[in-house]
Design a protein around this ligand. Sequence first.
Ligand code: 15L
Length: 291
Amino acid sequence: MKTILITGAAGGIGSHLRRELAGRYKLRLSDVRPVKPLAKGESFLRADITRLGDLLRATKGVDAVVHLGGYSVEGRWEDIHPANIVGCYNAFEAARRNGVKRFLFASSNHAVGFYRRDEVIDHRVLVRPDSRYGVAKAFGEALGRLYADKYGMQVFCMRIGNVNPTPLDKRRLSIWISPRDMAQLVEIGIEHPEIRFEIVYGVSDNARSWYDNANALRLGYAPRDDSEIYAEPLLARERPGDPRAETLQGGAFVVEESIPNPASLAPARRRAAKTSRKAKRAVTKKKAAKR
Ligand code: 15L
């Protein structure tokens, strides 16, 4: 039985994969957070992906890495950089140094989130990240390409939509992937004999999909689920959001800004500084009048 390292195993996707892949592989689970309770065939190794040494320990003796670890939404560069740039580099590099050939990278729909919703895109389009998070995913794909070309690693990049038992909203009707379809895709990434470097979309067979997932189908992916059965009640609940977010595939990620724009703060700061200068001048005047 193959031993698979899953980084970021305490997260949502990790939990679904643990359940779906149970009995199929020995799972070495790593995360900074504890993963408990462990099922049969699972072991836990605490690893901080920002530390190469931790990942060198975690990748020793495994047959494949499923790298889910990192920051999973848009965030400040100070958070994205260590977790998703340095952490991703460490994961690839540790696997390479330990001779682990097979590497599955959890990329994201946000690597291409600036494409419009009325476009159908495939695995060959140029990246169009919608966020710092999306940029980091594009970085991971590029790093994967380098490690495949230069070091002969077998790299499988999954541009994952949203893994959930059911889709959450209108946008997710197009990008949803059921846990069992996700597990099937991961299994293809681990088992397919001819993988060198591949990009596939991690989505179910959704009627409203905006992806041409021919590359995944070519590799044998046969998704069993379609979000359409959840559409009616979900669309009835949907309220209109930001027009840009509604037009572009990345949704809220294209407008999400967790760092306040310094330019927009400038007028307020200028006003505050002007008021304080005025106040100082008034005090000076008063003092001068007293003398
Ligand atoms: C992602 O890449 C995130 O990891 C996940 O948290 C969701 O936000 C998902 O995309 C999405 O687009 O819904």
